[in-house]
Design a binder for this molecule. Structure first.
Ligand code: THU
Length: 130
């Protein structure tokens, strides 16, 4: 599969990043099952812990218009090696079953199954014996 369009959307979203504290802009783009693309950028806050990562902003943009099924997410940053999504974002991507994670910098692109990045994301949680 050619992920150029999705990665390109993530780079475009990165241009809108609000990252005055880290000065580390990140872009993300989610491909929904219906073919639509939803983008996100990181949105920081003076109270640093309130920062929203690009991936979670993209999920929010999609969910807010009723879209919950996805094929892949692309995440981009201008890093030496393709960026690693944080643990919180891995968990949120798992919530919506995003199967494939494409990570890119200016020169390299790598693909992972979300299951590799966050194994057993929901195993057992809320299961109760009959
Ligand atoms: N960040 C993301 O938006 N996505 C990631 O996958 C990793 C980190 C943001 C959060 C913060 O605004 C900045 O990058 C530095 O951590």
């Amino acid at each position: 599969m050619d992920w150029d369009k999705l990665v390109e959307a993530a780079w475009r979203a990165r241009e809108s990043a609000y990252a005055p504290y880290s000065k580390f802009p990140v872009g993300a783009a989610l491909l929904a099952v219906d073919g639509r693309i939803f983008s996100g950028c990181n949105v920081e806050n003076l109270s640093y812990g309130l920062t929203n990562c690009a991936e979670r902003v993209a999920i929010g943009a999609a969910v807010a218009v009723g879209v919950r099924q996805f094929l892949a997410v692309a995440v981009v940053a201008d890093t030496a090696v393709p960026i690693a999504p944080c643990g919180a974002c891995r968990q949120v991507l798992a919530e919506f079953g995003v199967p494939l994670v494409i990570l890119a910098n200016r020169s390299e692109r790598v693909e992972f199954l979300l299951e590799e990045l966050l194994p057993r994301a929901s195993a057992g949680i809320l299961d109760r014996p009959e």
